[in-house]
Design a protein around this ligand. Structure first.
Ligand code: INS
Length: 387
């Protein structure tokens, strides 16, 4: 099923310019299926550097803007102005930019965290509903096809009753104080820019969202969190945290969030244990899903194969055996953002009723989880009813 290529969504970017870790993958994902076309941008906090970056990308000179406020105002005055914008700036700016974009009737795709407080996230949700605009959040790993397979397996009862959910995103890149040399890490460990947490928000919310996709029926009932700053200069922000959660069906979950797991490249793993079988997915081997039935030899399910559920084949681009990775996962998400936007534009194809993508509720949930974790940890690691 293709999206509406005849009328691609006119798209702009805020941030994601020179030196950004994430700008390139936004552009590559948005352009992969010709659903979006980049026509404007305010790429940098330094206006001159941002302008030069836009020109280098081939943008019209007049549409490479010094800042987002100028861009939103100018684009609103053009018949061919942008319809959607992606926000790839440091965390402390997400709320203000998102709000301004919605107030200009733009669809928004925002980096996580959507904002810092539940109240802010609720305000963005209300605004997006009032304006009939979508808010997508880039929990990029969730676009991997094997996540759809896992979701279908749980729904079809292949695992039995869900009992244990074991999640982690624990890399080792910040085992030492690398921020002293590296500006793109520095803001992440500074509460002024990063908000109330470091690793809980930066990495922990990724598996949290993936678990929500695979287990939509489970609701967190209560949670306990403990957080540490192993590199002392990062306090009060944590570079390691462990969260224990109980779901309302009695299942139990853990999330280990870390940037000091020395030697680990990425370490995002999702293990779901049911009464009959378990599945496990690891983002460093995203084409494989381990399926372990009690009493039988473990099997490895491979991406792109006929034995998978149809939901896991929808985004298939090349067939089994060829590796797909994070760039494809992001492109799958951007394609779904495109479908959702085209639904609002009255241009969506039929058959996308069950579209699953990280929307404003997913953004809100990430913020809620971080807020609850921080409250629990800072009260000494106590159980809290989830709210
Ligand atoms: C991590 C990572 C995640 C990203 C984080 C980053 O290293 O690769 O995908 O969301 O912000 O710190």
């Amino acid at each position: 099923m293709t999206n509406n290529r005849k009328k691609p969504i006119r798209w702009g970017m805020v941030g994601g310019g020179k030196g950004s870790q994430i700008g390139y993958i936004h552009r590559s994902a948005a352009h992969r299926d010709d659903v979006f076309v980049l026509v404007a941008g305010a790429f940098d906090i330094d206006p001159e550097r941002g302008r030069a970056f836009g020109l280098d990308l081939g943008l019209d000179e007049a549409r490479s803007y010094p800042d987002y406020a100028t861009m939103f105002a100018a684009e609103a005055g053009r018949a061919d102005g942008i319809e959607a914008v992606s926000i790839a700036t440091p965390n402390n700016t997400h709320f203000a930019i998102c709000k301004a974009a919605l107030e200009h009737d733009l669809h928004v795709i925002c980096e996580k965290p959507l904002c810092f407080t539940i109240a802010e996230a609720e305000e963005l949700k209300t605004l997006s509903q009032a304006r009939g605009r979508i808010v997508g959040v880039t929990y990029g790993y969730a676009g991997h096809q094997m996540i759809e397979q896992a979701r279908a397996m749980v729904r079809n009862g292949d695992l039995g009753e869900i009992r244990i959910v074991n999640l982690q995103f624990a890399h080792g890149f910040h085992s030492a104080a690398v921020e002293e040399q590296n500006p793109s890490t520095r803001w992440r460990v500074d509460p002024k820019f990063a908000g109330p947490s470091y690793v809980l928000g930066d990495v922990g919310t990724h598996p949290l969202y993936i678990a929500k996709v695979i287990l939509p029926h489970l609701k967190i009932r209560r949670l306990l969190c403990t957080r540490q700053s192993f590199v002392k200069s990062r306090a009060p922000l944590e570079d390691n945290a462990v969260t224990l959660m109980e779901y309302d069906n009695g299942a139990i979950a853990t999330i280990w969030s870390s940037a000091v797991n020395a030697g680990s490249m990425h370490g995002q793993k999702i293990r779901i244990v049911g009464s009959k079988a378990s599945i496990e997915w690891w983002d460093e081997r995203p084409n494989q899903l381990s399926y372990e039935i009690q009493g039988e030899p473990a099997r490895i399910l491979e991406r792109g194969m006929d034995y998978l559920y149809p939901e896991a084949r929808i985004d298939d681009r090349i067939g089994g055996g060829h590796p797909e990775g994070l760039f494809e996962a992001w492109a799958n998400l951007y394609r779904r953002f495109g479908f959702a936007i085209n639904r609002e534009r009255g241009l969506a194809p039929a058959g996308i009723e069950d579209l699953v993508f990280p929307d404003v509720d997913a953004g809100l949930e990430g913020v809620r989880w971080v807020e609850n974790c921080v409250r629990s940890a800072d009260a000494g690691g106590i159980w809290l009813d989830y709210r």
